[in-house]
Write a protein that binds this ligand. Structure first.
Ligand code: AMP
Length: 332
């Protein structure tokens, strides 16, 4: 098969590029750049997949047009540029990195403007519509229209945060991560000024999935790795020794506890001791990472000892749930 037959586009620079590459590596899909300056790469685990690097907004456009089959990019640029004809299918909308939010922010000196109602009141006192500098005119206009605030958007590249100080806009609509940039520029996000929450997403061209079985199979494999990894990351494998009459008696003790039931139920295997009939068993359960202290306490309370905890690399379901959801979406 031609190695560029199916293509996945990744962000070409910055944190989103590093985070995408690290995320795919954690999923078992390490990306290898053949040459650090080249805008192409391969994934040895998926030889049929070609990787290219593009700016996050261009990824959306390429996937929409079908020149690229899959993309990982931010929901912010996806929602700004996806259009309304359903050419793009979102296969996974929460990859767990690249978090930020598109927010409306006003100069700190606007003491009385803290939320949308007070912005609306203030804008009514201006002689002309509110001037809003943004790299997201579609989302920003939709938001301001929904709140019936007269405005003009000023599309800007580069740093927007200085626009109110320089004077070519009154307020801005910009991506905020830590909030440091707003603070440095004496701007303040409005309490209810969240236009679009965002994190990285996996997207695909709908028509390609409908017509190319190889692309559909690639979607299944990408989601298989991603979901198995993301599910595993939330969990730990806990192994404990316990004494009991038989496996059922031990399982019944465990079922009285809430955190140690396992995915289906506990795996209980006999431990072969030097002296016979000691009644020792090894119990393995998958436990949610945030339930670990509780699970250890519960295992101890029913006689667990020698407790071992290990990370889980993958948890494979019968079929990745998001693949099932994608098939349902394609049938619509
Ligand atoms: P911060 O100071 O952490 O709130 O980051 C805000 C600055 O980083 C602004 O200039 C944003 O345009 C930019 N920024 C934050 N998050 C992202 C993101 N996920 N993608 C692109 N730019 C971002």
């Amino acid at each position: 098969m031609d190695t560029t037959n199916i293509r996945l586009s990744l962000p070409s620079k910055g944190r989103l590029q590093d985070d995408s590459m690290n995320f795919l590596a954690e999923c078992g899909l390490s990306v290898q750049k053949l040459n650090p300056r080249q805008y192409q790469a391969v994934v040895p685990a998926l030889p049929e997949l070609g990787i290219i690097f593009q700016r996050p907004g261009d990824i959306v456009v390429s996937v929409r047009q079908g020149s690229v089959d899959f993309g990982i990019t931010g929901i912010d640029v996806l929602e700004e540029k996806r259009g309304d004809n359903g050419d793009i299918l979102v296969l996974h909308d929460a990859l767990g990195f690249g978090h930020c939010a598109l927010k409306l922010a006003v100069p700190e000196s606007w003491m009385d403007v803290t939320d949308i109602p007070s912005l609306k009141k203030y804008s009514a006192t201006l002689n002309s519509p509110l001037r809003v500098a943004t790299k997201f005119p579609v989302l920003t206009e939709r938001f301001l229209n929904r709140h019936s605030i007269p405005h003009t958007t000023i599309s800007a590249e580069g740093t927007l945060e200085t626009a109110p100080t320089i004077g070519y806009a009154d307020i801005i609509s910009d991506l905020v991560s830590s909030g440091q940039t707003l603070q440095d520029n004496r701007l303040r996000a409005l309490r209810d000024g969240l236009i679009q929450p965002s994190q990285a997403a996996l997207i695909a061209n709908r028509k390609t999935l409908e017509t190319n079985p190889n692309a559909l199979e690639m979607a299944r494999r990408l989601l298989e790795y991603i979901e198995a990894h993301m599910r595993a990351k939330e969990n730990l494998l806990v192994i404990a020794n316990m004494r009991g009459e038989n496996p059922e008696a031990i399982a019944n003790k465990l079922f009285t506890q809430t955190s140690v039931g396992g995915l289906q139920g506990p795996t209980i295997s006999p431990i072969v001791t030097r002296e016979s009939n000691q009644g020792w068993y090894s119990v393995s359960v998958v436990v949610r990472r945030d339930h670990l202290p509780q699970a250890i306490g519960e295992l101890r309370s029913v006689g667990g000892s020698g407790i071992i905890v290990s990370p889980v690399t993958y948890i494979f379901e019968e079929e990745p749930p998001r693949y099932t959801a994608m098939l349902a979406e394609l049938r619509k």
